[in-house]
Design a protein around this ligand. Structure first.
Ligand SMILES: Nc1ncnc2c1ncn2[C@@H]1O[C@H](COP(=O)(O)OP(=O)(O)OP(=O)(O)O)[C@@H](O)[C@H]1O
Ligand SMILES: [Mg+2]
Length: 285
C-alpha cells in the first residue's frame, strides 16, 4: 500500500510525519516499511543524515519505466533504492533541489507499480499543487494523510480545496487529517464539518522526537538514543520510544492505516490504474 503524506499549505511537518510513520509502521519479516521522498520541491533526509544521493529517487524513477513488472511476491523492490538511516528506518532519498526531483516524482506517478509492490511505502509528497507532479502518486495511494496546522487560515485553505479532497474520495483514496501545531483550538467534529475530512491524528509538538528522526544527538543520553534506534530497527517492544509523544502518536496512526482495508480493489493493479486516478485528480485540481 502507498500511504501519501502531504499538505496543501504551509510547512506543517510533512517530512517529519512521513519519517515518524515509517519508523513506527508495524513491521514483519515480509513488510519492511520504506519512506519515499517524493516532494517535487526537494528532499531532506539525505541532508539530515549526510547520506549519499544514490541509490535514491532518481534510480527508482528510472526503474519504474521498465516495461514488465517482474518482482517476485514478498520482495520489497523499494529496498534496492533505499538506505537505512541512523534512526533505523529505510528511506528512498531525493536530491535537495526541485529541478532534480520534479521529473522523477512525475515519472513515479505515471507508473507507480514499484511503490505499490512494497508492503508499506510512505510517500512524502510535500505541498500538493494543482496539476503538480505529486498528483500521480497521490491518486495511486491507498490512503492520504493531509498534514495541516490547526490555524483558522490553514483550515480555511483546506476547506477551499474541497474540490481536490472530494476528488481523492472519488479516486478511491481514503483521506484524513493530521493536525499539527498542538493547539487543540477546535474539536474533531468542528474541523470535520469545516473541511469535510476526518481527523485521524493530532501530532504533538515533540522536539526530541523530531530531533531523533533527524539524527540529532539530544540531551537524553547515549543509552536512551541507542535503545530508541534499536527499537526502530526491531520494533519488538514499544517501551524505548513510548516516551517520545511524536513516535507514540505515529505508531497509533500507522496501526490505524495498516488495519483499515483499502476501498478500491486491485491495490497492486496495473500501472494504468494509477494514471487514470491521477488524471481524475488533475481534472478537479
Ligand atoms: N511534531 C513536531 N514537533 C516538533 N518539531 C517538529 C515537529 N514536526 C516538525 N517539526 C520541526 O519543524 C520543522 C519543519 O518540519 P518538516 O521539515 O517536517 O516540515 P515540512 O512540512 O516537510 O516542510 P517543507 O515545506 O520544508 O518540506 C523541522 O525543523 C522539524 O524538526
Ligand atoms: Mg518536507
Amino acid at each position: 500500500m502507498i500511504v501519501s503524506v502531504c499538505s496543501l499549505s504551509g510547512a506543517p511537518g510533512v517530512t517529519t510525519l512521513a519519517a515518524a510513520l515509517t519508523a513506527a509502521w508495524p513491521s514483519s519479516p515480509l513488510t519492511v516499511p520504506v519512506m519515499v521522498e517524493a516532494d517535487a520541491s526537494g528532499g531532506d533526509v539525505k541532508t539530515w543524515h549526510r547520506l549519499s544521493a544514490e541509490p535514491g529517487l532518481a534510480s527508482l524513477a528510472a526503474a519504474s519505466r521498465r516495461p514488465n513488472p517482474d518482482v517476485a511476491d514478498g520482495v520489497n523492490p523499494l529496498l534496492e533504492y533505499a538506505t537505512e538511516t541512523p534512526p533505523g528506518f529505510y528511506a528512498v532519498t531525493a536530491e535537495a533541489a526541485a529541478h532534480h526531483c520534479e521529473g522523477a516524482v512525475w515519472q513515479l506517478g505515471q507508473r507507480p507499480w514499484l511503490l505499490k509492490k512494497a508492503g508499506a511505502a510512505v510517500a512524502d509528497l510535500g505541498r500538493i499543487t494543482p496539476r503538480g507532479p505529486g498528483l500521480g502518486i497521490l491518486g495511486a495511494s491507498g490512503a492520504a494523510v493531509i498534514a495541516v496546522e490547526e490555524e483558522p487560515a490553514h483550515l480555511a485553505r483546506l476547506a477551499a480545496c474541497s474540490v481536490l479532497t472530494n476528488g481523492l474520495e472519488e479516486a478511491g483514496v481514503r483521506a484524513g487529517l493530521a493536525l499539527t501545531g498542538g493547539r487543540d483550538r477546535f474539536t474533531d467534529a468542528e474541523i470535520c464539518a469545516q473541511t469535510g475530512l476526518p481527523v485521524w491524528a493530532r501530532i504533538p509538538h515533540d522536539t526530541l522526537g523530531a530531533g531523533f528522526l533527524r539524527g540529532q544527538e539530544l540531551p537524553a543520553g547515549r543509552t536512551v538514543w541507542a535503545r530508541a534506534r534499536s527499537w526502530a530497527r526491531e520494533r519488538r517492544d514499544v517501551g524505548p520510544v513510548d516516551w517520545m509523544p511524536l513516535l507514540r502518536c505515529a505508531r497509533d496512526l500507522a496501526e490505524r492505516l495498516d488495519t483499515a482495508r483499502p476501498r478500491t480493489p486491485g491495490e497492486d493493479g496495473p500501472a494504468q490504474q494509477g494514471r487514470d486516478r491521477a488524471v481524475k485528480l488533475e481534472a478537479v485540481a
